[in-house]
Design a binder for this molecule. Structure first.
Ligand code: DP6
Length: 326
């Protein structure tokens, strides 16, 4: 029997960066994201002789396989199943380029949680699957839900920490324009980057102390659909996160020259009266949030910034779900 699930990446407007507990993958700060539409991870799972993982048709071993197996083990244990867990072949495909800097681990683990829950008939429900996905990759906990989604910070004892929906995709007709500034993959992944930041950045405590208030302002602006109120905290969240990472040892510089040029271009557009704000994840691409009415103008202006290779547009989308039952 084969089960297939689909999930989409999400982009954080209030960033998660830093872990309170590494083993249990508990975030040190609250985050709020928007799940995207149009870009999809499709994951098929079926019983097999041994556990295996293929990503975009390529068999993977080492850490990627270990992370997938760890999730399957957790799910089986969480459901209170006795006996040996059935071994599974996992076959996952992304229809979007990894180099676009759209966290593929978020959609990957969200899709895997839903697919495995169906294969094992564990019926854990969305909230528990979110907590399980969060343990594999915290941002994945958010992709279980559609639209605008929050993930609280946890204390060191947090066992079950799921994300929760704040508002559905239909709540606010926004667009997210990704300015792709390089085709290469990032050098230091989010997990390693934030562990290094937590352990070595002298600015880390400042970030952890500031993040809850920034998160609260983002949340309030989202609920009120107030774009002008969203701009300040969204940009502050991204810039404070990056400032903290810059100060790690060795410093984490995820940006390239074009990243800075796009930031300047967004601020210029705003000075000219257009509604737009930026956010940046653990890579050099810039993600620009704008009301649907200004999407075309933003795309055109950003495409003209030297160094921008192309732009990708997305809108708020749905949470992870089962695709096909065979
Ligand atoms: C910059 O969720 O990929 O995208 O929990 O270690 O797997 P792990 O990290 P991950 O980190 C995402 C970091 C970010 C900000 C965000 O999505 O909130």
């Amino acid at each position: 029997m084969k089960r297939v699930a689909v999930a989409h990446p999400n982009i954080a407007l209030a960033k998660y960066w830093g872990k309170r507990d590494q083993g249990r993958n508990v975030p040190a700060v609250p985050s709020l994201s928007v799940t995207l539409d149009g870009m999809t991870t499709t994951t098929a799972i079926e019983e097999a002789e041994a556990d295996s993982l293929a990503i975009n048709g390529v068999l993977r071993t080492g850490r990627p396989l270990e992370r997938a197996v760890a999730m399957l083990d957790t799910l089986w244990r969480e459901a209170g199943r006795l006996g040996q867990r059935p071994r599974a072949a996992v076959d996952s495909h992304n229809d979007f380029p990894t180099a676009a800097g759209l966290a593929s681990s978020a959609s990957a683990f969200a899709a895997l949680a839903v697919a495995a829950d169906a294969l094992f008939a564990t019926q854990l429900g969305r909230e528990r699957l979110s907590a399980i996905a969060r343990r594999s990759s915290a941002s994945a906990g958010r992709s279980l839900f559609g639209g605008f989604v929050e993930l609280p910070a946890g204390d060191a004892f947090a066992v079950d920490l799921p994300a929760a929906p704040v508002a559905p995709a239909s709540h606010w007709d926004l667009r997210l324009v990704v300015a792709v500034t390089t085709e290469g993959e990032k050098e230091v992944g989010s997990t390693d980057g934030m562990v290094r930041t937590t352990e070595t950045s002298p600015l880390y405590d400042g970030w952890v102390n500031a993040a809850p208030a920034i998160f609260a302002r983002v949340r309030e602006a989202v609920l009120a659909r107030d774009f002008d109120a969203l701009v300040g905290p969204v940009e502050q969240s991204a810039l404070t996160m990056h400032a903290t990472a810059f100060a790690a040892d060795p410093g984490l510089v995820y940006w390239n020259g074009t990243t800075v040029e796009v930031i300047r271009a967004v601020r210029k557009l705003r000075a000219e009266g257009l509604r737009a704000c930026f956010t940046i994840d653990a890579g050099p691409h810039v993600k620009i949030l704008t009301p649907t009415a200004s999407e075309a103008s933003v795309r055109e202006a950003i495409s003209r910034v030297p160094g921008v290779l192309r732009t990708i547009s997305a809108r708020p989308g749905e949470g992870a779900r089962l695709a096909v039952e065979e």
